[in-house]
Ligand binder design. Structure first.
Ligand SMILES: NC(=O)c1ccc[n+]([C@@H]2O[C@H](COP(=O)([O-])OP(=O)(O)OC[C@H]3O[C@@H](n4cnc5c(N)ncnc54)[C@H](OP(=O)(O)O)[C@@H]3O)[C@@H](O)[C@H]2O)c1
Length: 312
């Protein structure tokens, strides 16, 4: 059978890159980037087809879909910096809401799986652990826009999948890293590392998260239906299995990587004045996803692999 084409928006991003790497044996992968320089994209992502596009330009997006003719789309492109979104509301709206809704519409027109990456920040963090049917209560522009996008996607396309992603960590893409890289750099230099003791998440490694997204995309295909596999549509939480504070996460990294010089500085949410409000505990209850085959690695197992690799 001819290989199916998977379109990954935001392949230059942290998560998109992980999805592309894991998808490649099974899919023909086409990935989009935006501000990444063409020569960097072409050398860094040489093994996949890439194209530059501003997804906020609807006509360009429509043309791209007509040209690529994807069998499935995983949408990871977004403005992801919550502090930036707080002060650039219109920019955030255009990519995080409008482009997402438009892409869902184009996928609906073709009847192909559309997997949208949302966030745990659609919750205010006062009633964790959160299940999919808990009401959204965003407290930042980023969270508000993601919540609005979720609603519009599902209203526009009932076969879409909204995956609420938790805090993710992993190896950096050629152009984007995760908070782990920031932690490692500080630990290696022996710089003070301020970490919240009262901010809790259910983090997951990016490879596990990417596998979850690919599972959702695959299960929407006709060949999965032919195998009588139930499609994964609607809203799913792709959280990790452990609830942990940023500070505890730092302690695990320090111990696993044996960073003798690390200087962890316990701080509380109230100690810092940041543009976007930070919910204290957006831990996700992801049992619905575990039931359909999402199986994230434990934080410790993921760190063992990552720190072994990164420090080799
Ligand atoms: N990372 C996390 O811990 C986390 C947690 C919860 C949810 N999420 C969600 O997971 C998804 C991926 O996050 P991430 O951390 O991997 O993001 P990221 O590293 O910040 O990457 C964002 C991607 O979006 C692309 N992009 C931005 N604006 C665009 C535009 N106007 N047109 C086309 N492409 C555009 C960027 O391309 P260029 O770089 O080439 O400009 C980049 O590839 C997002 O939906 C995010 O909300 C992430």
């Amino acid at each position: 059978m001819a290989m199916r084409t998977l379109l990954i928006t935001g392949v230059s991003g942290f998560l998109g890159w992980h999805v592309a790497r894991l998808a490649r044996p099974d899919w023909h992968v086409m990935g989009t980037y935006f501000t990444t320089k063409r020569h960097i994209a072409q050398s860094a992502f040489a093994a996949i087809d890439t194209g530059r596009i501003d997804l906020t330009e609807f006509r360009d997006m429509r043309e791209m879909i007509a040209l690529v003719k994807p069998h499935a789309v995983i949408h990871t492109a977004a403005l992801t910096d919550a502090n930036y979104c707080e002060t650039h509301v219109a920019d955030s709206f255009r990519i995080n809401v409008e482009a997402t809704r438009n892409l869902a519409g184009l996928c609906a027109d073709r009847g192909i799986p559309f997997v949208f990456t949302s966030t745990d920040l659609v919750f205010d963090g006062t009633r964790a652990p959160y299940r999919e049917d808990d009401p959204v209560t965003p407290i930042s522009v980023y969270g508000e826009h993601k919540a609005q996008a979720e609603e519009e996607v599902l209203a526009r396309y009932d076969l879409a999948t909204v995956c609420r992603m938790p805090l993710m960590f992993g190896a950096p893409s050629p152009t984007h890293g995760s908070f782990l890289q920031w932690m490692l750099a500080k630990m290696e230099r022996g710089d003070a590392l301020p970490l919240f003791t009262d901010e809790f998440r259910t983090p997951v490694d990016a490879e596990s998260a990417a596998r979850g997204l690919l599972l959702a995309a695959y299960r929407g295909l006709r060949e999965a239906a032919d195998l009588e596999l139930t499609p994964i549509t609607g809203c799913y939480h792709l959280g990790g299995r452990e609830r942990i504070s940023r500070y505890e996460f730092g302690q695990l990294v320090q111990k696993t990587g044996n960073f003798a010089a690390a200087r962890l500085d316990p701080v509380r949410l109230g100690d810092l004045d940041l543009p976007a409000a930070r919910p204290p505990d957006v831990s996700l209850d992801s049992s619905k996803a575990y039931e359909v085959g999402y199986d994230p690695a434990s934080i410790q197992d993921a760190l063992n692999v990552l720190l072994g690799k990164e420090r080799a």
